[in-house]
Design a protein around this ligand. Structure first.
Ligand code: HEM
Length: 442
């Protein structure tokens, strides 16, 4: 399998640290769809062909597990929560959490997500004339608040600053650890370990408070003891407090940065394409009431196409990884047990053989049946598909509805697209400053 040689590796690691998205693109252009990296320990392959991606994530998912540096690093914050777990008992936790994401439940909490959006926008958006707003930061706040209200029935308002700070600090360290060549001992008093410990302590405190507040809440006669949201399901499930904590931290980390990043890029693309923005506004205005978390499924095809296209161009989860516990064949080549597979939705979504003019924002392509679907995985594929997919798509539609109903999104003077920066999610470096103008009240 072609790829950089071991003498290139120091340069490779430097490039991965500096700008992994550009680096991965260069490597793929130079070496093709299956690229080998001579990393210490085990063989590592960048897997880019949609059939091979499916083999790793779906068909061969039983033997391609999550024992990788990426998920070990995440696990240092989330513990073996749903996302990072490499354990076979992952499926039990998934079954426990699943009802919190069922359709009826999502329909019931649509209003809460709407309020989360309205509350954050009320204090941030200009009301009398155009104003420049960092929508990345606004979307972070909404993303966090929406997770709190939809899944924990909790107003995270009092904890918001602490949670945002602790989870972004933790995320930054997870990224650093995930990209390091050699694992650092967890006990060593390095700066990274100390900062990680402090972020973890703050996450522990907030989650312990959430659990204690819920346990102290009296339940209505005949109702589910702790409530039927995710927090209640977990508390009633027989999991230990530690396990509940791990799932709550997982949802906070997996559920707010990703949605915030997707919304931020969507707003940028709509600011750059006024016609697409008008069409979203018009479509949302035709609904008889406010958008619900499930409307994206079939009632707002253009808005959904915009969201899908934004997730194609800027997939927040830009890399996923797996390790095989037995020999397999990828791209016609035998790969031994222990091989690390690195899959980048960022690259797969830019394949010119599947997506015509892949760098162009063209939501129409998602209105054509089946177009490109084999090479599209913003939420992953197979049994470890994102559990929050429907909630995330719904949140995006609800936030777009609330924001575009009252404001036009435009580009400020001297506009230049911010560079995408690959952190836990792909964020705009330096924020996303867009011009928001209140629409005349009709
Ligand atoms: C898994 C992306 C929103 C919770 C995943 C995976 C991807 C992903 C790619 C699969 C990772 C892998 O296979 O290694 C996204 C994107 C989102 C989003 C792009 C937003 C646009 C959410 C939300 C939540 C969430 C809102 C919950 C509140 C999870 C969890 C898993 C997961 C718990 C692990 C599922 C399992 O392994 O059983 N997500 N996600 N995500 N996501 Fe999301």
């Amino acid at each position: 399998v072609p790829g950089p040689t071991s003498t290139d590796m120091a340069r490779v690691f430097r490039s991965v640290r500096r700008d992994p998205l550009t680096f991965l693109g260069q490597v793929q252009r130079r070496y093709g769809d299956l690229v080998s990296f001579p990393v210490p320990g085990s063989p590592a392959l960048l897997v880019n062909d949609p059939d091979d991606v499916r083999q790793v994530l779906q068909t061969g998912a039983r033997h391609w597990g999550k024992s990788t540096v990426q998920y070990a690093a995440l696990g240092r914050v989330t513990g073996p929560g749903l996302l990072a777990s490499a354990e076979p008992n992952w499926i039990e936790h998934r079954r426990l959490a699943a009802p919190a994401f069922h359709h009826e439940r999502l329909t019931a909490v649509s209003g809460r997500v709407r309020s989360a959006a309205d509350d954050a926008m009320r204090t941030t958006l200009p009301t009398d004339g155009p104003g420049v707003v960092d929508v990345a930061s606004l979307m972070h706040r909404i993303g966090l608040d929406a997770v709190g209200r939809a899944l924990f029935s909790a107003d995270l308002g009092g904890h918001a600053d602490d949670l945002l700070h602790a989870s972004s600090q933790a995320a930054e360290i997870v990224v650093r650890l995930g990209r390091s060549i050699l694992p650092t001992a967890e006990w060593a008093p390095t700066r990274t370990n100390l900062r990680l410990r402090s972020a973890r302590r703050r996450l522990d405190t907030v989650t312990a408070q959430l659990m204690a507040e819920r346990r102290a809440r009296p339940s209505a006669p005949g109702a589910v003891p702790h409530g039927d949201d995710l927090l209640g399901l977990l508390l009633d499930s027989g999991l230990t407090d530690r396990e509940v904590r791990d799932e709550l931290v997982t949802m906070v980390i997996a559920g707010h940065e990703t949605v915030a990043a997707s919304l931020t890029w969507t707003l940028m693309l709509l600011a750059e394409d006024r016609d697409a923005q008008e069409r979203v506004r018009d479509e949302l205005a035709t609904l008889p009431g406010p958008v619900s978390l499930l409307d994206h499924r079939d009632r707002i095809p253009w808005t959904r196409a915009v969201i899908d296209e934004a997730l194609r161009l800027f997939p927040p989860a830009w890399v996923v990884s797996r390790r095989s516990d037995r020999d397999d064949v990828l791209g016609g080549v035998e790969v031994p047990a222990g091989t690390l597979a690195i899959i980048s939705p960022w690259l797969v979504h830019r394949r010119p053989d599947v997506w015509s003019d892949p760098e162009e924002f063209r939501p129409e392509r998602f209105l054509e049946t089946g177009a490109g679907r084999t090479a599209y995985l913003p939420f992953g594929q197979g049994p470890r598909l994102c559990i929050g997919r429907e909630l995330a798509l719904g949140e995006m539609a609800v936030v777009l509805d609330r924001l575009l109903a009252t404001h036009h999104v435009g580009l400020p003077a001297g506009w230049r697209r911010p560079d995408p920066e690959a952190q836990v999610a792909v964020h705009p470096r330096g924020g996303m400053h867009l011009e928001l103008t209140p629409l005349p009240v009709s």
